[in-house]
Design a binder for this molecule. Structure first.
Ligand code: NAP
Length: 433
């Protein structure tokens, strides 16, 4: 059988990882596919004497590469929206199968790209776009395919998890740990995508579309970062038996679907609470199997390349076993997508951790509890912390309540003369049902 021919666009962290993995494990991979994979082209804008590119054509003209007749699969690893978007469309138009790790592109422009792929009977495979080395896309599509998904909750950004872990373990402040994460190469020079939750929102968009069969709706994900979390809140949460994690949550509610990324208190005995450092994990609650969790490295050249090459292997098997190359990796099936509304932030329901810094006056606690009760909010626990600089931090845990009610209560608490500074609100999930 003829080899399947591959073009790799971009030789950065992941591109180099893919090249090396295909070269080092060529024998094992051939045993698993029954067919040789030949890298015919690489797209790079500078010479790479550090890599073994013998017999591979190198070009800086990526559009020329994706039109070549001796390419069956295009592996896009340059990242960003453009020119990645146009390159993938061009590859699809030329009948190429596509593999990408580009979560930003798929979350924001994926509906158009998947539709184009469907129309041209090719596939876009993207295991590496979510949680790096954890094969969570395959889990959702194949392993859990028999189930109705109730919710999924994931630690899907390693940088954010590293920062929160350090804040808890070493009582450090956010800015201090962020600077270290940048020095260690975990966080980009511009860390906005990681710490403000945009990267996690991209990944959640992709997971939710598979979980619920809905179109990609990145613009409807409520997204809140970790930059406002203080060491003080991490400590108080700990005292109450909780850990603060930055979670991406997709949940089927009665009247729609909640898509949200935000710092979350979770009980310390929950497996997700014990996922530390740069590791990723996704918990899924599914109708037949119950709750399962998938854990592993969410980024890095090796883990991400592992996921990219797994997609390449799937496509090689498809190309070999079906005539038209369309087959086992299902796309977003546009004719069967569910038309379920995505809830607005104010319509979502969670429990809360609140921290209010107040004057140490008689009656202040009563004022706060009265406001909560008037807004229909039940208090689960209330704790007055030792005085800090003439103020008393009051920590309150509530039962679940719709967010609009909590907005109303917080505005009233904020307006009390005894309240100082912003009321801190962190959402809380038991992750039990
Ligand atoms: P990277 O290290 O920055 O590599 C990108 C490479 O693409 C660079 O070598 C760059 O070349 C090349 N490139 C960009 N535009 C090009 C163009 N027009 N022509 C030729 N080459 C071009 O990025 P990465 O970390 O490998 O990430 C690649 C993709 O994987 C991204 O979509 C990212 O989101 C995704 N991903 C990465 C990870 C991870 O751990 N790194 C994990 C999951 C997903 P120069 O060297 O000349 O700049």
């Amino acid at each position: 059988m003829k080899p399947v021919r591959l073009a790799i666009l971009g030789l950065g962290t992941v591109g180099c990882g893919v090249l090396q993995l295909l070269q080092e494990n060529a024998t094992e991979i051939k045993r698993r596919t029954g067919r040789e994979i030949q890298i015919t082209h690489v797209g790079t804008r500078r010479p790479r004497p550090d890599l073994n590119l013998e017999g591979i054509q190198q070009s800086a003209d990526l559009f020329e590469i994706v039109r070549q007749p001796d390419v069956d699969i295009v592996v896009e690893l340059i990242g960003g929206i453009q020119p990645a978007h146009d390159l993938i469309l061009e590859a699809i138009k030329h009948g190429k199968q596509v593999v990408t790790a580009n979560k930003a592109l798929l979350a924001e422009e994926g509906n158009e790209l998947f539709e184009a792929a469907d129309n041209n009977t090719v596939q876009i495979a993207y295991e590496a776009a979510v949680a790096g080395g954890i094969p969570i896309i395959k889990v959702m599509r194949e392993g859990l395919a028999a189930n109705r998904i109730d919710w999924l909750a994931g630690i899907i950004n390693g940088t954010g998890n590293f920062i929160l872990t350090e804040m808890r373990d070493k009582s450090r402040q956010f800015e201090d740990v962020l600077a270290e994460a940048q020095a260690l190469g975990y966080a980009e020079a511009d860390p906005t995508f990681d710490v403000e939750g945009i990267d996690a929102a991209h990944k959640l968009t992709l997971l939710a579309s598979i979980a619920f069969g809905i179109p990609l709706q990145f613009d409807k994900v409520y997204t809140e970062g970790i930059s406002k979390i203080t060491a003080q809140d991490v400590k108080y949460a700990e005292e109450l038996g909780f850990r603060i994690k930055h979670l991406g949550i997709a949940r089927r509610a009665e009247n729609g679907i909640e898509l949200r990324v935000h710092p979350t208190l979770i009980p310390e005995e929950q497996p997700l609470a014990n996922v530390n450092g740069v590791q990723n994990a996704v918990s899924v609650k599914a109708s037949a199997v119950g709750q399962t969790m998938y854990y592993g490295p969410g980024a890095g050249g090796g883990p991400t390349a592992s996921a990219v090459v797994a997609d390449i292997i799937d496509l090689v098997r498809d190309i070999s076993y079906t005539e038209d190359g369309s087959g086992t990796i299902p796309q977003l099936a546009f004719e069967s997508l569910e038309d379920i509304q995505i809830l607005k932030r104010e319509e979502m329901t969670t429990a809360y951790y609140l921290r209010v810094n107040v004057d140490d006056n008689k009656g202040v606690l009563a004022d706060i509890t009265t406001i909560l009760s008037q807004c229909g909010i039940s208090i689960d626990a209330i704790m007055q912390q030792p005085r800090l600089k003439n103020r008393v931090p009051v920590v309150i845990m509530t039962d679940p309540i719709v967010e609009s009610k909590m907005d109303e209560a917080i505005a009233k608490i904020q307006a009390l003369p005894a309240t100082h500074g912003e009321v801190t609100r962190i959402r809380l999930e038991s992750l039990e049902n």
